[in-house]
Design a protein around this ligand. Structure first.
Ligand SMILES: Nc1ncnc2c1ncn2[C@@H]1O[C@H](COP(=O)(O)OP(=O)(O)OP(=O)(O)O)[C@@H](O)[C@H]1O
Ligand SMILES: [Mg+2]
Length: 309
């Protein structure tokens, strides 16, 4: 197997007495879109900061393209494009100036033609002479992405690239991430949003309280836990009878809707119809929901993804 793009081994990181990372192992291969999914305080930003060479780990190793980050952070940083969770883009610089300055930090000196091309990709040409602080939230996020790839990096690390964006702006960022991936770059992004992780990432590490609790493709994470599907219907029936239907492992009412966890939804649905018919009732609004990453997270950690710790 070829060398991983990012290789994290037994990584421990602390802030004073807070253990932010507790022995993390992770490999990201060339050309992946890799997601770090976890609640507030899980350690996502810390993990990226160590990979970026911005936070010194207490223990463990990180290699980028085979090079030790601790021993040679200048060489490894050159391969990285970084979008920090809190991007403090210097307010009193224009869009074009910021892109130029950030590239120069990596000793990449862009011509005005190259700057124009980069800004065009992110739909910021008209804003090139606008001060960064006058941009909208979505425009600032796009500028942060433009800045992240100003040095034409092989690896792009994005810390919550779509937080606080409306659905339209969020999708625009997803398109950009997919384009960067199509160009052969390796992408690592963090998110709280399972639909984002499912939409973008080939593989995901679920991180909770400084530990990786699972790492696989979204579909394998869901399949491996053998979570049941959720069958929903509108029908009034006694719950104790519903719970006895074939394959039902749990049942409850939410409002008028009956929700049943079942490993064999077709079997359950047929039996539900029979039960309803014998009680003189009809079954309406039948819906089947497949288990998703939120269910995986709940099963693995005992908490919902949206809860912080
Ligand atoms: N500069 C710091 N000083 C002290 N503690 C910190 C610092 N940065 C992070 N921590 C602590 O380290 C832990 C991990 O934080 P981190 O920022 O890596 O989480 P995160 O997964 O990125 O969370 P979020 O989703 O909120 O961005 C938390 O307990 C946090 O309080
Ligand atoms: Mg963070």
């Amino acid at each position: 197997m070829s060398q991983p793009m990012i290789d994290v081994q037994s990584l421990t990181a602390v802030y004073g007495s807070t253990q932010a990372l507790k022995g993390v192992n992770l490999k990201v291969e060339k050309g992946e879109i890799f997601g770090l999914l976890g609640p507030n305080g899980a350690g996502k930003t810390t993990l990226l900061a160590v990979v970026e060479g911005l936070h010194k780990p207490k223990d463990g190793m990180v290699h980028i393209g085979g090079i030790d980050v601790q021993a040679n952070s200048t060489a490894t940083k050159r391969q990285l494009g970084i979008q920090l969770q809190k991007t403090a883009l210097m307010d009193d610089m224009t869009v074009a100036e910021l892109v130029e300055v950030y590239a120069a930090l990596y000793e990449v000196y862009l011509t005005s033609g190259q700057i124009a091309k980069l800004l065009a990709r992110f739909d910021l040409v008209e804003k090139r002479n606008t001060l960064a602080r006058r941009l909208s939230g979505g425009q600032q996020q796009r500028l942060a992405l433009a800045v992240a790839i100003a040095n034409d990096p092989q690896i792009v690390l994005l810390d919550e690239p779509t937080s606080a964006l409306d659905p339209h702006a969020r999708r625009a960022v997803w398109d950009i991430v997919r384009q960067l991936h199509d160009e052969g770059r390796t992408i690592v992004l963090t998110t709280h949003a399972m639909e984002e992780a499912e939409a973008l990432c080939g593989r995901i590490a679920i991180i909770d309280r400084g530990e990786i609790v699972a790492c696989d493709s979204p579909s394998a994470l869901i399949a491996n836990l053998q979570l049941n599907s959720m069958l929903k219907a509108t029908v009034e029936l006694p719950l104790d009878q519903v719970r006895l239907l074939p394959s039902v492992s749990n049942a409850r009412y939410t409002g008028q809707h009956l929700e049943m966890e079942t490993a064999k939804p077709e079997l359950t649905l047929t039996a539900l119809h029979e039960l309803a018919t014998s009680a003189g009732r009809s079954v309406r609004d039948v819906m089947l929901r497949q288990p998703n990453l939120e269910d995986v997270f709940l099963k693995l950690t005992g908490r919902a993804l949206s809860e912080s710790n």
